[in-house]
Write a protein that binds this ligand. Structure first.
Ligand code: HEC
Length: 91
């Protein structure tokens, strides 16, 4: 998520500020979630906004109208989903 998400969801966001207050640049921020809700439901990837948005192709968003966003590969999404399922530990 460092490479694909943090340039928007991070302290140096290209958007000026992290969208909805969601920073994905480190573990604590990922677990804190956005201004509105946690994006990771520990043990339940299918209820985690993070996974739902990745699966639907809703994230990553496109950086500009001329560059289409590139969805994360299925295996990477499954890897994150498994990590959440197994307790989302800081490892
Ligand atoms: C080009 C900028 C950009 C990139 C890259 C990006 N996002 Fe986002 N993200 C946004 C914006 C803008 C919003 C809020 C817009 C909205 O509500 O639809 C958002 C919202 C979200 C939310 C919902 C937070 C909430 O409270 O609504 C999640 C979860 C999320 N992004 C995850 C990710 C993940 C994971 C990645 C990397 C795979 C990623 N994003 C990459 C711009 C980006």
């Amino acid at each position: 998520m460092q490479g694909k998400c943090a340039f928007c969801h991070g302290p140096n966001s290209v958007a000026g500020a992290p969208p909805n207050g969601l920073e994905l640049d480190n573990y604590d921020n990922v677990m804190r979630g956005s201004n509105f809700f946690p994006v990771v439901q520990v043990g339940n990837p299918e209820a985690s906004t993070l996974i739902l948005l990745l699966r639907s192709g809703g994230m990553p968003a496109s950086a500009s109208p001329d560059t289409p966003s590139v969805p994360l590969p299925e295996e990477q999404i499954n890897l994150i989903a498994r990590w959440i399922e197994q307790g989302a530990e800081n490892n």
